[in-house]
Ligand binder design. Structure first.
Ligand code: ZN
Length: 318
């Protein structure tokens, strides 16, 4: 079968991996674009097994971090356009959305896969959040100026479909802001350890179905009709670790992980969950650190663990 990402190459067996502890599957890789993914693509019930027990609670602990991320983003959005409509895919509680809303003249909307998180988030942050997938959400075609998709695409069973859904909802000239692991680096320990002792491993972050190289991302975005404006690479320390170049880096992969527990937070009251939100950190300090970190998002390398890219839906005239 042709590659699900580029449509050209015929993927071949790469290694075995554990989708989640105890579930071994084959990974294949495309010789043309180097995209790697599970074959077959796991069924929905299997994918649902991947999400860690603290999936929902953690969103409360990182509340201020997400608000500040949104506040920081509000600066660059406003510099680009004074007003617009912003969508966050995989928005969790919508805290980033609230940061954008409170510190800009943009309007915001979110899509969150977990229905309990979407419900709790709408209540907590007072923002519009649709539960489910971008493809099925009631956001109108050509209604959005900016779509933020942070660590979402690698979890999608159909990345091309997810990007098509984003493309449809963007206005001409609208932008997609994609953050995604550097596939070959994300997969490095899994491959290396499988080659060494033939034992399948649990990937670093449970639930990654696709491992996309720079080339495969370029091909995929072009297929969907998006034009890449910038393509940066970052998280170089994690890049070192993934290659096993830091002491003890692969310890996590050598040991068997405990079986994932059910998420108890779904049944917890919002008031109880709110107690996990701490005091707001110092904004000026956060902002300075973010500006500094941004200096280390580089375009000429693929060494780092993550990619950040901005793509544009071309205007009809162009
Ligand atoms: Zn391919």
């Amino acid at each position: 079968m042709a590659c699900l990402i580029c449509g050209n190459g015929t993927p071949a067996f790469l290694c075995e991996a554990q989708l989640y502890p105890g579930k071994t599957m084959n990974l294949v890789q495309c010789p043309s674009c180097q995209a790697a993914y599970y074959d077959p693509i796991p069924a929905w019930e299997e994918i649902a097994q991947c999400y860690p027990h603290a999936y929902f609670c953690d969103f409360f602990s990182q509340y201020w971090k997400d608000i500040y991320k949104g506040r920081f983003l509000a600066e660059s959005l406003t510099a680009w356009k004074p007003t617009g409509r912003f969508l966050d895919v995989g928005c969790a509680l919508g805290s980033l959305l609230k940061g954008v809303l409170d510190y800009s003249d943009w309007s915001v909307v979110g899509v969150e896969f977990s229905a309990p998180a979407a419900r709790a988030g709408s209540e907590l942050n007072g923002v519009e959040i649709h539960a489910g997938s971008l493809g099925k959400c009631p956001v109108q075609p050509e209604s959005l100026d900016y779509i933020h998709m942070n660590n979402v695409l690698e979890h999608e069973a159909d990345p091309a479909g997810a990007l098509e859904a984003a493309f449809t909802r963007l206005k001409p000239g609208g932008r997609l802001h994609l953050t995604i692991p550097n596939g070959p680096v994300d997969l490095y320990p899994t491959r290396a350890l499988f080659a060494k002792d033939g034992k399948p491993r649990v990937t670093r972050h449970g639930g990654h179905l696709f491992f996309l190289s720079r080339r495969s991302l370029e091909k995929l975005l072009r297929r969907v009709g998006l034009r890449i404006l910038s393509f940066r690479n970052f998280h170089f320390q994690s890049g070192l670790k993934a290659r096993g170049l830091k002491p003890g880096a692969w310890k996590l992969f050598e040991s068997d992980l405990p079986v994932i527990q059910a998420d108890r937070s779904e049944s917890m009251a919002l008031e109880e969950l709110k107690k996990r939100i701490g005091e707001p950190p110092n904004w000026s300090l956060y902002r300075l650190k973010s500006l500094y970190r941004r200096l280390w998002r580089l375009s000429g390398t693929d060494f780092g663990y993550d990619f950040e890219l901005i793509a544009e839906k071309p205007s009809r005239a162009g």
